[in-house]
Design a protein around this ligand. Sequence first.
Ligand SMILES: [Fe+2]
Ligand SMILES: [Fe+2]
Length: 167
Amino acid sequence: MGFFSKDIKTMDDLFVHTLSDMYYAEYQIVKALPDMIKKATDATLKQGFQTHLGETKNQVKRLEKVFELHGVEILGVDCPAIDGIIEEADDVASEVDDKNVLNAALIAAAQAVEHYEIARYGTLIAWAKQLGRADCASLLEQNLKEEKAADSKLTALAESNINRKAA
Ligand SMILES: [Fe+2]
Ligand SMILES: [Fe+2]
């Protein structure tokens, strides 16, 4: 951000800024998931995180493709929102002793991440379409679809099994 001038002047600038925010966010998620995989003691949850780590690495690549298609430099900008969500997840996890309660806490933290991603991708897709970038929108839609599926899987796992064990 410039000190004397505002760097986001157009809708296009706003799109690129938010794309950079998501690029940073996905990168932080790639860094955070291995720790969550380590902490999870439920086999299905562990596997689910593992699968989503693979998807997330691929999402980073799709975002790089979006930058390229749009003809701008691949760049991340700090996203204090995702940093805060991940930091809070770490804090809560470190406070939980019981392993079943910890699994429930990990699901809650992961769903906060997924919902952040769903909100951001929804916005990016709408803006990409508005800017005439159907090509970018279609890549972003693939990421959104994976986030929604991950979120649904987490809900199903919590409600079918993990919350009951934790209670
Ligand atoms: Fe993601
Ligand atoms: Fe995700």
